[in-house]
Design a protein around this ligand. Structure first.
Ligand code: F0G
Length: 435
């Protein structure tokens, strides 16, 4: 199947071979995307093939990404693939969490079940395969934590050298620990995510590093599988809404592209409405969408949120996110630190759990249902992007009443669950638990 890179800018649309190491259009500087001219598939047959592959023990088909490879056929040779059996993440229903969000029920697509505990693995297996195909030896990224953990695991599995650039003091220990354990050369830069991205773009060329941030179009191709697997699990019935947290806006771009393409190719009858939720202190896309115009994107100079995964002020993929939200008749919402924290505790109480950024979804849904944008009986899938254990420090602080914003303001949670210290005394414990 022919594949190419194409400029995302409608006025340019320059094309380039998929084997060129580029991240932006050399002609106009815009974002790039992967394109498959003339792609025609037989949806009914492929739906059966995808199902059969779930029972197959071959490496490629056990991956919840590569099982769907016909929908992102950018490789000619699958011997480059490095898989940790990513994807295969569940759809989990919860009535109580749904009710908290103003819905009858809610479904979570939980990407925290991935091998490194976040949705990044879906994209990284494709990014790593592309690095191998190009013959690159070094891979690198700037990251708020999850991308670096994921990239390092795949690089290690592939025998590539991982170099990560992270904002000093602003990633959770869970994520940093993963990167150290998987063997990344770890540089903690005294700057924020947006500043480091500019730095890393320069260093990539000088040091021969293949960049695996979400500006890399092959990562976006892999993340499409989140939506594809979701549709397969729902017997190809689209929900009314798909809601996700927004940071650098790569994931909304990927999921939007996947749904659009599945619709165009005849896999699904319609495209669900898409919603992105940002934290108030890092909400440039929310502000932009209040009155969007091509030259009007204003970056947030000092993004702040305890949901450090989405602490991003200048999201590179905003033009793609704008297209996907607009095209689907979607919405953008922003939520406070306290709203995120409480929504997270509710997802936890449902026995599901997630990291703070992921919980922005439920907090945003609560606001969108209250505003009447999402109906009470709507069929809503929220994408939980990361595992509960990614940021245990946040969890402990919340439940013990010690969570504070970066400026030191206390966050009083409504669902605290403090541990109690007891003496080694059966009677006293019986008395305590009888109250
Ligand atoms: N949720 C989690 C848990 C994340 O780690 C990220 C992004 C997002 C949501 C936002 O996704 O950037 O595609 O809009 N984390 C990146 C990282 C930036 O470096 O790990 P996005």
């Amino acid at each position: 199947m022919p594949s190419q890179l194409i400029c995302f800018n409608k006025d340019c649309r320059a094309t380039y071979p998929v084997t060129e190491v580029i991240y932006n259009c050399p002609r106009c500087g815009s974002l790039l995307e992967t394109d498959y001219p003339g792609l025609e598939l037989d949806p009914e047959n492929l739906k059966k093939v995808f199902r059969e592959r779930r029972m197959d023990n071959s490496t490629l088909n056990q991956s919840g990404v590569w099982r769907y490879r016909e929908l992102f056929p950018f490789l000619e040779d699958y011997s480059h693939v490095v898989t940790l059996r990513e994807g295969n993440t569940p759809l989990l229903q919860s009535r109580p969490a749904g009710e908290y969000g103003g819905l009858e029920s809610i479904t979570f697509k939980h990407q925290g079940f991935n091998p490194t505990g976040s949705f990044k693995d879906n994209g990284m297996t494709c990014g790593a395969a592309q690095a191998m195909r190009l013959g690159m030896n070094r891979v690198g990224c700037v990251s708020t934590g999850n991308t670096s953990a994921s990239m390092t695991a795949y690089a290690a599995a592939a025998g590539l050298q991982p170099i990560i650039f992270i904002p000093h003091g602003n990633i959770s220990y869970g994520k940093l620990a993963q990167a150290l354990e998987y063997g990344a050369r770890t540089l903690q830069v005294e700057a924020n995510f947006d500043q480091i991205l500019a730095l890393v773009r320069e260093l990539a060329g000088r040091l021969g590093i293949y960049l695996l941030n979400s500006i890399n179009p092959f990562r976006i191709e892999g993340q499409k599988s989140i939506a594809i697997e979701m549709m397969d699990q729902r017997d190809w019935n689209p929900p009314d809404w798909v809601v996700l947290p927004g940071g650098n806006l790569g994931n909304i771009s990927a999921i939007g592209k996947a749904l659009r393409e599945m619709h165009e190719l005849g896999f699904i009858p319609r495209v669900p409405r898409l919603a992105v939720v940002q934290a108030v202190g890092a909400s440039p896309f929310y502000r932009f969408m209040q009155s969007p115009a091509p030259d009007a994107f204003g970056a947030e100079k000092k993004p702040e949120t305890l949901a450090t995964a989405i602490r991003i002020g200048d999201p590179v993929s905003w033009p793609k996110a704008w297209q996907e939200i607009g095209g689907s008749g979607g919405a953008v919402e922003m939520v406070t630190e306290a709203e995120i924290a409480d929504a997270k505790a509710q997802i936890g109480k449902a026995g599901i759990g997630c990291e703070p950024a992921s919980a922005a979804t439920l907090a945003g849904i609560k606001k969108l249902t209250a505003a009447g944008v999402i109906g009470r009986s709507a069929d809503v899938v929220a994408v939980l992007t990361g595992n509960l254990l990614k940021d245990p420090d946040y969890v402990y602080r919340y439940h013990t009443g010690q969570l504070k914003t970066e400026s030191g303001a206390e966050i009083r949670g409504h669902f605290e669950n403090k541990p109690v210290v007891v003496p080694n005394d059966a009677d006293k414990i019986v008395e305590l638990l009888s109250r």
